[in-house]
Ligand binder design. Structure first.
Ligand SMILES: Cc1cc2nc3c(=O)[nH]c(=O)nc-3n(C[C@H](O)[C@H](O)[C@H](O)COP(=O)(O)OP(=O)(O)OC[C@H]3O[C@@H](n4cnc5c(N)ncnc54)[C@H](O)[C@@H]3O)c2cc1C
Length: 411
């Protein structure tokens, strides 16, 4: 039987997941990436399989907090000049999505995409060595006092509405759950039955090996253009061109230029994020910890701790901001006073953030052979496998009814 020939542009978590599901269904799949060792967002993230992350960054009432986030000494929000000037129209539109009814729409749809994400990853990784990097774990959301948690009531009410059970943790228990944590933090919320990836590079490499063992092919090349050629799709790379029956565009923040050509109008920008990984620390972190004051997710690693977060707009074409790394180090030391480590790693990369905080998943309205899977902002690792599954079902025209209208590329 003739195998359907499919190309996927971008081997982040979305592209790899799509590739695995399509290869499992017998398709002839080629993953094209400009650099398979390029450490994109799928590598440098906080590695949380965070099903409760159903609320957008911009919540009702946040607009008036922006000056403090931006201008206080340890504020987690950065704007980079001159890039920031160009994206002002995007930011103005982005601010309009902070109303209650829009946030509830976003949460409802993200809840569908992010549901049961640990099992989605286990299913994706089944039969590959990648399974060993998926850790079951609770998450801890730390607060300086219970009042601050109560002030976050709206976010938590949305999580509760979508089925998450909150367990209150008082100071003594918190000390034993997070050894070395500053005594400033006296309260936490725990959510059980979640998980994280303990080693992102090994996880992505092992998934890629799994893809190859299903017959998937890799081409390392930068895609420059995508065009229609008779009944097929031509993918023009810097080094070579390929002809395929269907294509998925999953090149993260760089998907935009191809997507625009095929009718997508959803604005997207980079929300640059940063991580600092400390190796051989004297603190043995057991569980992922979220620090909402610093907008930081802290994750156990095989040999240390990763501190990941911050938001920077306007820096897609700039170098990483040294001030962000200094801030991460200050934050690490303020959360874990006296922390010792032997070496460190600094990383920065781009979250693909759409103006309405919902990803773009589905087929082009102008050419049904062109499909999109990008724009997952802060939740792409969590939602990558489900996105890949949805795209494989879309391309292979399964009869299953998928609840994906709000991710429609033509919205
Ligand atoms: C600091 C930080 C912390 C985060 N924490 C979490 C978290 O804990 N949990 C979570 O779920 N999400 C998290 N995220 C978000 C998550 O990492 C992203 O949403 C996700 O990785 C996006 O995956 P992707 O596959 O769409 O894109 P990417 O991972 O960006 O991959 C895109 C790929 O496309 C390739 N590419 C681009 N252009 C071309 C081209 N023209 N030709 C060929 N190849 C091309 C790139 O080389 C790259 O490999 C975090 C992000 C950051 C920055």
């Amino acid at each position: 039987m003739k195998r359907k020939k499919i190309a996927i542009v971008g081997a982040g978590i979305v592209g790899i997941s799509s590739g695995i599901y399509l290869a499992k269904r017998g398709c002839d799949v080629t993953l094209i990436d400009k650099d398979f060792k390029g450490k994109p967002a799928s590598y440098g993230n906080a590695s949380w399989l965070s099903s409760p992350s159903i609320t957008p960054v911009l919540m009702p009432g946040m607009v008036k907090k922006i000056p403090k986030l931006l201008f206080s000494k340890d504020g987690p929000l950065f704007l980079r000049f001159p890039g920031f000037i160009k994206i002002i129209p995007f930011l103005l539109k982005y601010l309009t999505y902070a109303s209650k009814n829009k946030v509830e729409h976003i949460s409802k749809n993200l809840a569908y995409l992010l549901k049961d994400s640990v099992n989605e990853h286990k299913q994706l990784a089944e039969g590959t060595n990648a399974t060993k990097w998926i850790e079951d774990s609770p998450f801890l959301f730390i607060y300086k006092n219970k009042n601050d948690f109560i002030n976050d009531e709206y976010t938590w009410s949305l999580r509760k509405k979508h089925g998450f059970k909150l367990i209150e943790v008082e100071q003594e228990e918190l000390k034993s759950l997070v050894p070395g944590l500053s005594s400033e933090y006296k309260f936490a919320i725990k959510i059980d039955n979640l998980g994280y990836i303990s080693n992102s590079q090994n996880y992505l490499d092992d998934l890629l090996d799994g893809f190859k063992s299903l017959g998937g092919k890799l081409i390392q090349d930068e895609v420059l253009d995508i065009s229609e050629k008779e009944d097929l799709v031509q993918v023009v790379g810097r080094e070579k061109s390929v002809l395929v029956e269907d294509i998925i565009i999953s090149s993260g923040v760089y998907s935009d230029k191809f997507a625009k050509k095929f009718g997508v109008k959803v604005p997207i920008q980079s929300e640059r994020g940063y991580h600092l990984e400390l190796y051989e620390t004297d603190i043995n972190l057991k569980y992922p910890v979220m620090n909402g004051y610093l907008k930081l997710a802290i994750t156990p690693r095989p040999k240390g701790i990763r501190f990941a977060g911050l938001v920077e707009f306007g820096s897609l074409n700039s170098n990483p901001n040294p001030k962000a790394f200094e801030l991460l180090m200050r934050n690490a030391k303020s959360m874990f006073p006296g922390i010792k480590f032997k070496t460190k790693q600094e990383w920065s990369g781009h979250r693909p953030s759409t103006v309405d905080s919902l990803p773009v998943i589905g087929s082009s309205s102008v050419n049904k052979k062109i499909h999109f899977g990008y724009g997952h902002h802060h939740i792409g690792l969590t939602g990558g496998p489900k996105t890949g599954k949805i795209l494989s079902k879309t391309i292979l025209r399964d009869n299953e009814k998928l609840d994906i209208e709000s991710f429609n590329p033509s919205r």
